[in-house]
Design a protein around this ligand. Structure first.
Ligand SMILES: [Zn+2]
Length: 384
């Protein structure tokens, strides 16, 4: 029986009310016209991939197959003060103005529906709640199951399905209100977290580590040379990967880059922008459930060595509902005390047992005549 650690998963149904539907009329404007012309240029029907079923699929799987040691709590909306630590006040005004409306914000497919502004406030506030639970010691680790996602949202701009940068709001809250000094953010989503990088670009107290599929894959940023600036020079670490890179590359980067960076930085809180789109089902990279499990294991032992185990996961992307929900579950299992799985080993013990079982079947047993002919051979003894 695995040892159980206390884990709180945060989930809030208000985030299901963000349901952009490209068939409904949007606020008339240049952006609407521009997006409509882009969509018609695609020549194929396009649906909004960041939809409410992403969260309900996760919740449904965790009801069908609960993870012992994981409890659920509701989230809360972020306040303007919390959001204002990472977004400009004119940006917040323009988003608040869209409450109750349908509109396009950005050609990078970020749209809002009447419930979206509150959903986005709850997503950011739920990331804050997940950090508060861990810093207060109510749980060793937590997982904010949120949408809309956040890591593409910049201080002044919504991008890539993201309105507010949830993980950045949570990190800023930990520093401004919870007494944390140094926060490390790890982003393992398939896409580069351009917004998080931008927000903490010159900040020496937030170390941002991002492993992702390299440009020209969306959003096109995240090169090795982007290392931060000014006081934050060196606290931005990108690991761009080619298409279809998988478990071995991710784990090598974790062990050889992320862990030494964290040991140098000495964070007192670790946040993870957790996307499940590196899974092979999403067709960009080739990480497996065992890969997510092993990455979680590395982060859990790192957090225990560095910061009393304080580890908070915040959901980002992942669009195949099966790999999204199964990926979340594989992370929660490790957080709750299961041994992490090392990828590439599944079935090896069974193959070894089968090899032992079959071994004698295919080895020619020397029969009497062979023995005799061997004995009578002219082979000189000691021949090489
Ligand atoms: Zn992504």
């Amino acid at each position: 029986m695995a040892k159980q650690n206390s884990v709180i998963a945060f989930y809030d149904e208000r985030m299901l009310a963000h349901e952009p539907n490209i068939d409904v009329p949007f606020l008339p404007g240049r952006m609407d016209k521009r997006v409509r012309s882009l969509l018609s240029g695609l020549g194929v029907p396009w649906k909004y991939p960041e939809h409410p079923a992403r969260l309900s699929a996760i919740r449904h799987l965790l009801e069908l197959e609960p993870v012992p040691g994981v409890t659920f709590e509701a989230g809360m909306p972020a306040t303007r003060e919390q959001l204002g630590r990472v977004h400009t006040s004119s940006y917040l005004d323009s988003i608040y103005h869209l409450r109750g409306k349908s509109a396009w914000l950005d050609v990078d497919t970020t749209a809002v529906s009447p419930g979206s502004v509150e959903a986005a406030e709850v997503a950011a506030g739920t990331a804050v709640a997940a950090v508060e639970a861990v810093v207060a010691g109510r749980a060793e680790s937590s997982f904010a199951l949120v949408r809309p996602p956040g890591h593409h949202a910049e201080p002044v701009r919504a991008r890539g399905f993201c309105l507010f940068n949830n993980v950045a709001v949570a990190a800023a809250h930990a520093r401004a209100a919870l007494g944390c000094q140094r926060v490390m953010i790890i982003d393992w989503d398939a896409h580069h977290g351009n917004g998080t990088q931008d927000i903490f670009w010159a900040d020496p107290d937030v170390l941002f580590f991002d492993i992702h599929r390299a440009s020209p894959f969306y959003p096109g940023t995240g090169s090795l040379e982007e290392v931060g600036v000014g006081l934050g020079d060196g606290t931005n670490v990108n690991v761009p990967l080619p298409a279809d890179a998988g478990d071995i590359a991710y784990l090598k980067a974790f062990r050889e880059i992320l862990v030494p960076a964290a040991e140098w930085f000495r964070p007192d809180l670790i946040l993870v922008s957790t996307g499940f789109d590196p899974h092979s089902h999403d067709l960009a990279l080739n990480v497996s459930y065992d890969g997510f499990s092993a990455m979680t294991g590395i982060l859990q032992s790192l957090a225990r060595r560095q910061c009393g185990g304080r580890l908070v996961f915040v959901l980002e992307g992942g669009y195949n509902l099966i790999s999204l929900s199964r990926g979340v579950r594989s992370v929660l299992q490790v957080l709750a005390g299961d041994e992490p799985h090392e990828p590439g080993l599944r079935g090896l013990a069974e193959v070894e047992a089968a090899a032992a079982f079959h071994r004698s079947a295919f080895v020619a047993e020397p029969d009497a005549s062979d023995t005799q002919s061997d004995a009578g051979s002219d082979e000189p003894s000691g021949a090489t």
